[in-house]
Ligand binder design. Structure first.
Ligand code: SF4
Length: 325
């Protein structure tokens, strides 16, 4: 029997500030899961520390709230131990691109088959609105005594440089589009990241819902807002690599699009490349039994609790059989 959206909800009260973009991200997550119908017992959502980190409380799957900036090591470890799991890693921009930046970059080299979401609001909301790594140079959001003295990280460009094989951007208040981005990321064979522009009405009084929607710059003729956010797929842009030799050209095109910000903010899939082997495929090439007998399926103790772990089969598969040594 098909699961309903309510089956992916919990009864925990969402206590984000009224108007927070996190509500839109949560709705998109519920809708994506309802469309894809994974068994809740097969899904694990990891989060770090920040306003975003409450998200697993509201989704009826397994959830783990980890340490600040350490979402990815936990999530990668779970996926490697049990490759049958659907793993999602949810991070804030400060959490994932500040203290967790090293993990974010190095995850790209591995291409573990899982999905990363970054809630990007430009501030550290949970700790009263300090500038996060994505806040642009010279902006002064309301909790800052002076304009930001640092340049902001470009998360799309960073993900491209790091080697992520699915890179997309969504907008928290276009939940139908964001749902499609989450679904595409989950269906992608490899490491997917979705950067979500997320208004924080409490501390970011510059990149507001009205700013993304262009309400501050109405069309002089019609008086209607001219939205800053637009969809890449409606412009004919195609970031999908279908043959390895296309990768460089598509990379450059995505990097060029990643520079757009301010008057025009593209959302959609910037880059997708499934011609790169996943980490699971790389391990399987070395240890053929990995997928049928991953660590999570191995018996580690008998009924008396005595360890029964034997590494002999795996070590035999790893044995080097060359000559001259
Ligand atoms: Fe949302 Fe900002 Fe409130 Fe945090 S501080 S819950 S990000 S509105």
């Amino acid at each position: 029997m098909a699961l309903k959206l309510s089956d992916y909800r919990t009864l925990v009260f969402g206590d984000w500030c009224p108007g927070c973009g996190n509500f839109g991200i949560l709705s998109a997550m519920h809708m994506a899961l309802t469309d894809l119908q994974p068994s809740p017992s097969r899904v694990v959502i990891f989060s770090g520390v920040g306003c975003h980190s409450k998200l697993p409380h509201f989704v009826n799957t397994y959830g783990v709230e980890t340490l600040h900036g350490r979402t990815l090591p936990f999530a990668i470890g779970a996926k490697l131990a049990n490759p049958d799991l659907e793993v999602l890693a949810v991070m804030g921009d400060g959490d994932g691109l500040g203290i967790g930046a090293g993990h974010f970059v190095n995850a790209g080299r591995r291409n573990v088959d899982m999905t990363v979401l970054i809630h990007d609001n430009g501030v550290y909301g949970l700790t009263k609105g300090q500038a996060s790594p994505t806040l642009r140079l010279g902006l002064r959001t309301k909790a800052l005594p002076k304009p930001n003295i640092n340049e902001g990280i470009n998360p799309i460009a960073t993900a491209l440089a790091a080697g992520y094989t699915f890179i997309a951007r969504g907008y928290a208040f276009d939940t139908r589009h964001l749902k499609e981005m989450i679904k595409a990321g989950m269906e992608h064979n490899g490491l997917a990241v979705i950067i979500v522009q997320q208004p924080c009405p409490t501390y970011n009084d510059i990149n507001t819902k009205e700013w993304y929607g262009g309400e501050d710059r109405p069309d002089p003729k019609t008086g209607k807002p001219v939205p800053r956010v637009y969809k890449l797929e409606e412009t004919g842009y195609d970031g999908v690599v279908r043959k390895p030799e296309e990768a460089f050209t598509k990379h450059v095109a995505a990097l060029t699009k990643a520079q757009e910000w301010g008057d025009k903010i593209p959302i959609g899939v910037f880059y997708q490349n499934e011609t790169v082997p996943t980490y699971q495929e790389r391990i399987s090439a070395r240890i053929p039994s990995y997928l049928v007998n991953p660590p999570s399926k191995q018996t580690i103790n008998d009924v008396e609790g005595r360890p029964v772990t034997s590494l002999s089969k795996m070590l035999a598969e790893l044995q080097v059989t060359g000559s001259g040594i």
